[in-house]
Design a protein around this ligand. Sequence first.
Ligand SMILES: *[C@@H]1O[C@H](CO)[C@@H](O)[C@H](O)[C@H]1NC(C)=O
Ligand SMILES: *[C@@H]1O[C@H](CO)[C@@H](O)[C@H](O)[C@H]1NC(C)=O
Ligand SMILES: *[C@@H]1O[C@H](CO)[C@@H](O)[C@H](O)[C@H]1NC(C)=O
Ligand SMILES: *[C@@H]1O[C@H](CO)[C@@H](O)[C@H](O)[C@H]1NC(C)=O
Ligand SMILES: *[C@@H]1O[C@H](CO)[C@@H](O)[C@H](O)[C@H]1NC(C)=O
Ligand SMILES: *[C@@H]1O[C@H](CO)[C@@H](O)[C@H](O)[C@H]1NC(C)=O
Ligand SMILES: *[C@@H]1O[C@H](CO)[C@@H](O)[C@H](O)[C@H]1NC(C)=O
Ligand SMILES: *[C@@H]1O[C@H](CO)[C@@H](O)[C@H](O)[C@H]1NC(C)=O
Ligand SMILES: *[C@@H]1O[C@H](CO)[C@@H](O)[C@H](O)[C@H]1NC(C)=O
Ligand SMILES: *[C@@H]1O[C@H](CO)[C@@H](O)[C@H](O)[C@H]1NC(C)=O
Ligand SMILES: *[C@@H]1O[C@H](CO)[C@@H](O)[C@H](O)[C@H]1NC(C)=O
Ligand SMILES: *[C@@H]1O[C@H](CO)[C@@H](O)[C@H](O)[C@H]1NC(C)=O
Length: 536
Amino acid sequence: MATGRGPPEPRVLLCLGALLARWVAAGLEAIIVGELHESITLPCGNISGPRGPVTWYRNNSEPVFLLSSNASLMRAEPRFSLVDSSSLHIDMLSLQDAGSYTCREMRNGTWWFPVWLQVASGPDHIEVNISATGTLDNGTLYVVKGSQVDFSCRSSAQPPPMVEWWFQAHSSPESFGSNLTVTCFTLLLMSQNLQGNYTCLATSKLSGRQRKVITELLVYSPPPSPPQCSAEMSLESSALQLTCRWDGGYPDPNFLWTEEPGGAILGKSKLEMLNRSQLQDGKKFKCVGSHIVGPESGASCVVQIRIPFLFSEPMKTCFVGGNVTLTCQVSEANPPAKIQWLRNLTQPEVVIQPDSHYLIAQNGQNSTLTIRNCSQDLDEGYYVCRAENPVGVREVDIWLSVKEPVNIGGIVGTIVSLLLLALAIISGLMLYYSPVFCWKVRSTFRGQDMGDVMVLVESEEEEEDEQEDAAEEVEEEEEETEREELPKQTKKHGHIHRVTALVNGNLEQMGNGLQDLRDDSSEQQNGSVREEDRPV
Ligand SMILES: *[C@@H]1O[C@H](CO)[C@@H](O)[C@H](O)[C@H]1NC(C)=O
Ligand SMILES: *[C@@H]1O[C@H](CO)[C@@H](O)[C@H](O)[C@H]1NC(C)=O
Ligand SMILES: *[C@@H]1O[C@H](CO)[C@@H](O)[C@H](O)[C@H]1NC(C)=O
Ligand SMILES: *[C@@H]1O[C@H](CO)[C@@H](O)[C@H](O)[C@H]1NC(C)=O
Ligand SMILES: *[C@@H]1O[C@H](CO)[C@@H](O)[C@H](O)[C@H]1NC(C)=O
Ligand SMILES: *[C@@H]1O[C@H](CO)[C@@H](O)[C@H](O)[C@H]1NC(C)=O
Ligand SMILES: *[C@@H]1O[C@H](CO)[C@@H](O)[C@H](O)[C@H]1NC(C)=O
Ligand SMILES: *[C@@H]1O[C@H](CO)[C@@H](O)[C@H](O)[C@H]1NC(C)=O
Ligand SMILES: *[C@@H]1O[C@H](CO)[C@@H](O)[C@H](O)[C@H]1NC(C)=O
Ligand SMILES: *[C@@H]1O[C@H](CO)[C@@H](O)[C@H](O)[C@H]1NC(C)=O
Ligand SMILES: *[C@@H]1O[C@H](CO)[C@@H](O)[C@H](O)[C@H]1NC(C)=O
Ligand SMILES: *[C@@H]1O[C@H](CO)[C@@H](O)[C@H](O)[C@H]1NC(C)=O
């Protein structure tokens, strides 16, 4: 039987010994299989009980004596020995030991027992080649998803062994085919479910001895699309969270966040938190993702943070009892801003909460505040739209004025008044431009140039009474002039021309009555009309 004589795996060999000890009937001949360099015992017949003297021969062309139970006969080689006084034990089997043996037993006659010895060698080592693969630091192999992978397994043995490939993912192992001496196969499109353990198993057909090599193979794939950077407000809203999304790859990629420009390293994780002190409007952050089977230079994305920019109409009007909607449009904010509506009626400003009176709606970065049932006391005033993100806060004021609704009577009245006014203006213009009345109107305007006249009157100082009267009247004249009313000016006409005559030193003309004065003034007026291009 097998002994512990230098075999690498004693337990396996013991099992093999038990296996090999069985008789394989092939006609009358027993077939015994031994392994190279191992020991083997050839039994002399399948007989129990006391045995007679035995002699062992090797059958070549002529029988060759090996060993006998008669101690006076020398054994042919020291490798041979007798076990249980009948079986032949051979140490250190060589391939040349294979062949036919015969045992001769002397009992109540001469018995011949033939035995056929086969010597198997291997499989001792297996050559596995999987290509094309990469090797991790810990020695594990990986391949790229979708690539072609060639597997080959070779093992030498005598007689030639059976070589087979087995694959085990997580379920039970499955065979990928077997071949004598060599097995090659190719997987054209590696996929994730082909990741697992690949076992090449070589089995000696003679001895049943097995050798195997287990190779763990990982199937790696880079993320299918470029990375995407985004900036988000963190829960406390004081900090900013940078996110670099580069999903779908296996294993997970590595990330590197840097500040742009400059390249100062912020962190090496997918998510990075930044506090306010690191945030300035317009600042850029870059994420570089690298994957073991991805692009060599990595893939990157950039995110730029922006303070909110606000747009709104500066003022709105609402009629009492009506509804009004204030809108506030935020643009450029990155991360998206939190939008609030406030009233600055009281200090501090109050955030408006939506209720039955206020309706707040937000669509993307557009927010609207609808005020229902406007009331002048409650709702008129400034409203503030505030947009805030970790980069900053911006506010815009909107003035809401609340007006009484216009009633039909009022509208009609207004229209009629406007019509009348228009009529009056047209009539006035017609009168003004009519040649017949032209001089009258002119003279009236002429009379208004009283500033100069008044000064001259004061320097004259001839008649105290007259002067007092004139001064009074001039004052009156100034007041009247401001009103610019036509009928009253006609009344003042006389005074004006009296004063004018006094200035000119023509006292006689003064007493000549109104008619002369009219003629003079008409002459003067004509002259002045020529000089002046347009009426006052
Ligand atoms: C050996 O003999 C036993 C009974 O003595 C028998 O059962 C067995 O089958 C025999 N073996 C062979 C290989 O002939
Ligand atoms: C082996 O030799 C013996 C004795 O010479 C003979 O009887 C037997 O037939 C031979 N067997 C074979 C297989 O050659
Ligand atoms: C043993 O062998 C010797 C020498 O061949 C012989 O003389 C002797 O009789 C043998 N003994 C037996 C018991 O056969
Ligand atoms: C010889 O012995 C065997 C058993 O050992 C027996 O079966 C056989 O009958 C015997 N032959 C003679 C002639 O005694
Ligand atoms: C493995 O196989 C590839 C091609 O299939 C070959 O280029 C390479 O040399 C082989 N490696 C070994 C160690 O046999
Ligand atoms: C080697 O590393 C890879 C990746 O970290 C792991 O999946 C695998 O199980 C490791 N293998 C061994 C033998 O440690
Ligand atoms: C592959 O074999 C290794 C040990 O050789 C074991 O840790 C791993 O779980 C096996 N993987 C599978 C998928 O069976
Ligand atoms: C075994 O593989 C070899 C080499 O790949 C091939 O030539 C041979 O035909 C294969 N034999 C069988 C039985 O598949
Ligand atoms: C903000 O971050 C910088 C750099 O990471 C750190 O030095 C600083 O203490 C932080 N400030 C606060 C208020 O967390
Ligand atoms: C104001 O809005 C409310 C609710 O949407 C609606 O029921 C009401 O009729 C509106 N009032 C006016 C004057 O449009
Ligand atoms: C309300 O807003 C206006 C316009 O910005 C501002 O002038 C006024 O001081 C604010 N009032 C209060 C109480 O904040
Ligand atoms: C916001 O309002 C602007 C102008 O009204 C419009 O162009 C834009 O599409 C709006 N955005 C959303 C998300 O509704």
